[in-house]
Write a protein that binds this ligand. Structure first.
Ligand SMILES: [Fe+2]
Length: 280
């Protein structure tokens, strides 16, 4: 079956058909997917009832996999696979959203020196109400900034800090082990994409403040940039279907998940993350 690529309206995401991920990807298919990924930033593959091994194998095609700092959500046998679920083994809901940090705008693992290139998420179980994932196009966000703002931020760096990120999203505090594994790092606010050469804003909830700037002033600047980046015309809203596979480019997008009723709704997503390069 030939591969087809269908952009969603005028958004930056696109659906790919003609691929069976469980069966495996040929090198020709991979090259088409990779090209589409760089062009659209977000790719959707519908009706892909994968197992975790196939999910992991698909991720490996894009690079080295990166386990998550939060060990409690790691798959027991396949630690590169992370499971976000509010469903207990007995089928009842926990009543608790599995990771509140996913509900605020962020780009994955920006609190590390080599943040995620892509995240690949699949959806065995979806919420009927809520649970959409929203994406912001950070290339467009940069391009639509006033020139004087571009000049101001061109050489600025932000501190990205897992511990501060937890505080801001009202999650449990970072553990001593997590603090050792993820000390604060600095990344440029304007990131040049290593494959396309395009500039993008690189901010989000893991960014806490700006280097060499008064703390509250830096926090306010980051908040203003986020407000600009998440305005409605720069957003793609993904409405999940069971067995979607969704992959996005963390180097030029931000995302967040819409809240859902964790007592009434059952929602489980499995995640694989591919390690990227240093943003500068
Ligand atoms: Fe995320």
């Amino acid at each position: 079956m030939p591969i087809t690529l269908t952009p969603f309206g005028n958004s930056f995401a696109a659906e790919i058909t003609g691929i069976n991920i469980q069966r495996g990807i040929t090198s020709e298919q991979f090259s088409q997917i990779h090209k589409a990924f760089l062009k659209h930033k977000i790719l959707v593959f519908r009706k892909q009832p994968l197992n975790d091994e196939a999910h992991q194998n698909f991720g490996t095609l894009f690079g080295e996999l990166d386990g998550h700092i939060n060990k409690s959500t790691r798959h027991k046998q396949l630690p590169s696979v992370q499971i976000f679920s509010n469903v207990k083994a007995n089928g009842e809901t926990t009543g608790i959203h599995p990771e509140k940090g996913t509900q605020v705008w962020h780009t994955d693992k920006s609190y590390t020196a080599t943040p995620s290139l892509t995240t690949i998420l699949r959806s065995p179980e979806i919420a009927k109400i809520g649970g959409d994932t929203l994406f912001a196009n950070m290339t467009s966000a940069y391009e639509t900034l006033p020139n004087e703002v571009k000049t101001t931020i061109q050489s600025l760096f932000a501190v990205h800090d897992w511990a501060r990120s937890r505080e801001k999203s009202n999650e449990r505090p970072a553990t001593p082990e997590e603090l050792r594994a993820a000390p604060p790092v600095q990344h440029p606010i304007v990131r040049t994409h290593p494959e396309t050469g395009q500039k993008a804003l690189y901010i989000g909830n893991h960014s806490s403040h700006i280097v060499d700037m008064e703390r509250s002033e830096g926090e306010a600047m980051l908040a203003d940039l986020e407000a600009h980046a998440t305005r409605p015309d720069l957003i793609y809203r993904h409405k999940w279907q069971v067995d979607d596979v969704l992959m996005w480019d963390n180097r030029c997008t931000m995302h967040c998940v819409e809240p859902y009723d964790a007592a009434k709704e059952k929602r489980s997503v499995h995640r694989v993350v591919v390690k990227g390069d240093s943003p500068y």
